[in-house]
Design a protein around this ligand. Sequence first.
Ligand code: HDE
Length: 808
Amino acid sequence: MPKTPKATPPKKTAAKSAARNTDSGPARVAPVAADDHAARKMAETQAMVASMPYNENKAEEHGFDNGVDPPAGQAVEAPSRLVGASTLSEENSSDKVGTAALDGLNATTDSLDRVRVDASGRALTTNQGVAIADNQNSLKYGVRGPVLLEDFILREKITHFDHERIPERIVHARGSGAHGFFECYEPLTRYTRAAPFQAAGKRTPVFVRFSTVQGERGSKDTARDVRGFAVKFYTDEGNWDLVGNNIPVFFIQDAMKFPDLVHAVKPEPHHQMPQAASAHDTFWDFVSLMPESTHMLMWVMSDRAIPRSFATMQGFGVHSFRLVNEQGESVFCKFHWTPVAGTHSLVWDEAVKISGADPDFHRRDLWERIEAGNHPEYELGLQIFTEEQAEQFSFDILDATKIIPEELVPLTPVGRMVLNRNPDNFFAETEQVAFCTAQVIPGIDFSNDPLLAGRIHSYADTQISRLGGPNFHELPINAPLVQVHNNQRDGMHRQAIHRGRVSYEPNSLAGGCPFQAGAAQGFVTVPARIRAEEEQGKVRAKPEKFADHYTQARLFYESQTPVEQGHIANAFRFELSKVTVPAIRERMVASLRNASEELAKKVADGLGMDPMPQPLPRALADPAPPEVAKSPALSLLSRPGDGSIKGRKVALLVAPGVEAEAIERLQAALAQRGAVGRLVGPRIGPVRTAAGDTLDADASLENEPGFLFDGLVLPDGDEAVAALSQDGHTAEFIRDQFRHCKTILAMGASRLLLAHAGVPVAMDKSLAQGGTGLIVVEPGAEESGAAAFLEALARHRHFGREMDPPLA
Ligand code: HDE
């Protein structure tokens, strides 16, 4: 047998040479001179790898205990930064590459400051940073000659332009966003370990996107539709997306039906009409065959579906979620956002008109409120309940077509959200933001709601085609504020530049990093047990209680005020009147009979349907009796808000000869209260007042019609009144304000304008006090009139004077 040669220490020169190879390594690593970086890197790498002789966690990966309490991964500290570096030259800094990366720091996930671009004082450049001398002319051979292919500046500009558009969202394409923060009231540690709820006063940055569902990206804001209410929390344990709507239930119970629902409500495929509207055959055909949608239809036909503003609508997480505390104990929970400004809506005639005059009505309102410092604010309330409670309910908490009445589980207020900054750039932020229901953090978990399950898949999936690949999480608006470390690599548009050669786990070449976080830090799924279902096996089926399609539809309708019930009936009448196939209408009315005979009768009358069709057969003949027959919290009018008029818009009409003093005083009073008072004249520009001064009208009867305002002030002054009555827009302006039940103040001579518009003018005490929101005052009483006006404006609408059909 040959003798093993006696080991002698390897030569330093050999070590130096081996350290520079990339395709093989020495049998042993030599000690190195401190000045030889390559050899030192090799030696330190060897030492680190050797300190992890085997995978210590392997044995623990098996069994139930690992499911609830996985261990932290094995990790050792690298001897120096050199070990993790890709290159030895990374210490060479330049303006382009910057300095060497800091240990464990990933600057790509820092705040948006990193990518905010400010061109002030700067010259135009190409995308390569070459200054552009002439941005007006393409490069030609002679001034009248052909354009040359060589013109790289023209070609770069046009090419980029050609690719500016990305696919719009398949649903919720039309949206508006804002930045803000969530602030926790009290620690909620008893229920959850979720980062935003750990300390009183703790603030977590958020980005919110509000949207309509059915219309295209450029469609009108005021369509009758559900509104999306999606909140991204940039927590210090990663991003949490609460992707909700302004209605707490949904049309369907199982994700399997979502593509069918969306195909039915979108413009019909043959002629692509109507845009952003559910009032057409395919929608009503589908929902009348899907009676589980009846509860949602009640909400969508109510004024909830035509909000006055994003700042005046509620938001809901819809599904049941779980909260999980430090001990791994969980409870169920539903999320509710309640606007501090109260819940206020448009009326249908107004919504239709606004969609023509200002399709950006809600976007503008949100933008202007924030710019004016009237920051939209919402309180987050939770309905927290246990599995045992859920078992007792007459409905299934996994059914997204059901609410939990607040009488059963009251709201626990846990914090507030304030939206206080508009985005810098619509595309970079509002368009590229990617919400995903799968994005939860430790402390939040899912229920078994089958609709939610489909969503957990869908959102990440859809971004891959919408945002062009799997790296959309790196877009600055989507990147979490915490660091991101994993072994996912490459793909289109990758931005992170990962150091080192390791992209797998377990490893020893990177000292085991990034290592698995373990239960103390990481997300651990609640080991929720499914009771008594073991023998059933795999099935495509629904729980029995899902078959109760009408109890909560009735509860919603019965909980509305008579005014709201009237609006629901009118909305069904309008939508179904747009259906061209009578049998679809009849089927829908037949279904409504199961929810409310009264409602069905009103709708049938409105559609000239006599006799009414027989009620639809029910899926569940004998549903469990409901816990409550009425829930006042379901009425929009039950949440008038804080009584302020912040963000309201008032038109103060002016014309030559106007008595300006009262107008100016009122304008100042509105501004003081955070409302906007705009001077609207027959045309924009200077207006001579009765006293010979000048007012400046910044809006005209033509460019800002009456239905865009929450209130109207008509001025005194014979000459001004005469001028206004000469303009046909004035009568329309007043009539719309009156018809939409808004607050009107008419001073002195302007009473004639009311008569001119066909508005009934009865002067009595209750009117002067603003009882019906129509305040008519004689000269000299302007001050008390103004006070009554401001008070009535805070009540938003005066439905006491609503008529169907409208008289004026
Ligand atoms: Fe969505 N939904 N959805 N949805 N949804 C999307 O994701 C989906 C549902 C909601 O401002 C899409 O990024 C399925 C309920 C909002 O960017 C898509 C199902 C609720 C937004 C998608 C539902 C919502 C979306 C399209 C049934 C209220 C806009 C673009 C299983 C709780 C987010 C995108 C934003 C957007 C799928 C049902 C709310 C296709 C499959 C219920 C607020 O992934």
